[in-house]
Ligand binder design. Structure first.
Ligand code: DGL
Length: 273
């Protein structure tokens, strides 16, 4: 089969910062042939405390930047941007674009036995009720209990995922949810999969934990195949990393979570796009 440039073009992945690397990591695992251009908006992170208007503006700028790299598809790895901007920006571009909310919600709806689903995320994600709306569109009888857990993000970024302080913070945020009958919980923020084992420990076996990053990579695979734009060149994938600030810090963090040596990260001025 003739391979055209659309097939070998990279997939754009973006996030408010480093957290989206949990999604990039899943794409690298499940789609090892795909080239990636990752953008982390480290100058303007966190998105979780920002307004919808700004999150849409930031997302538009990043999409314009990624399009200069000729991406064939875009993954919004950030739950907050998926919750607040995807609906708007998907109408404005003519390449496939997906977020993490629909794949995560679908997995939870498939997994739950009693229809009671917990969602942990940023303030903006939980306030938007996007997870709730998407879950209810799939199962109108579902009960969704959302909880903002803003301190999880700095704890992960400080390298405190295994620290005992994290156990206390998990308890402060999630003790009310633990008292409910939820049998499924969505890790609705890019950083939370890095606390997955701590959260599993906290809830015990009765609660199934959904990582939307995993489901999103599966969705991307099926979209690229359906559209006939999957990369089957067999060449080693190329990964490029861009940020809007503090490239070195990003590279350090990336090297703690990616199964791949990130040699360098380029800094760009995202406000120019
Ligand atoms: N990437 C964000 C998310 O998944 C978390 C960090 C932030 O607030 O920007 O919602």
């Amino acid at each position: 089969m003739e391979m055209n440039s659309k097939n070998t073009a990279p997939v754009g992945v973006f996030d408010s910062g480093v957290g989206g690397l949990t999604v990039a990591r899943e794409i690298m695992r499940q789609l090892p042939n795909e080239n990636l251009v990752y953008f982390g908006d480290t100058a303007r992170v966190p998105y979780g405390s920002k307004s919808k208007n700004n999150i849409i503006r930031f997302s538009r700028q990043i999409i314009r930047f990624l399009q200069t790299k000729n991406v064939k598809a875009i993954v919004i790895a950030c739950n907050t941007a998926s919750a607040l901007a995807l609906e708007t920006v998907e109408k404005e571009i003519d390449i496939p674009i997906i977020g993490v909310i629909v794949p995560g919600a679908r997995a939870a709806v498939q997994e739950t036995k009693n229809g009671m689903i917990g969602v942990a995320g940023t303030e903006a994600t939980i306030r938007s009720e996007t997870y709730t709306k998407v879950i209810k569109s799939m199962n109108p009888d579902a009960v969704v209990i959302g909880k903002p857990c803003p301190l999880f993000v700095p704890l992960v970024e400080e390298g405190f995922a295994k620290h005992k302080i994290t156990e206390e913070v998990i308890d402060i945020y999630l003790s009310d949810m633990k008292k409910t009958d939820i049998d499924t919980m969505i890790l609705g923020c890019t950083h939370y999969p890095l606390l997955r084992s701590r959260i599993i420990e906290y809830f015990g076996e009765k609660v199934h934990i959904v990582n939307p990053a995993y489901e999103t990579a599966m969705d991307l695979k099926s979209i690229l195949e359906k559209k006939g734009i999957a990369n089957q060149s067999g060449k080693p994938a190329v990964y490029d990393f861009y940020v809007s600030d503090a490239a070195e810090k990003f590279t350090q963090f990336a090297n703690t979570i990616l199964p791949y040596d990130v040699a360098a990260t380029k800094q760009i001025n995202i406000e120019e796009y």
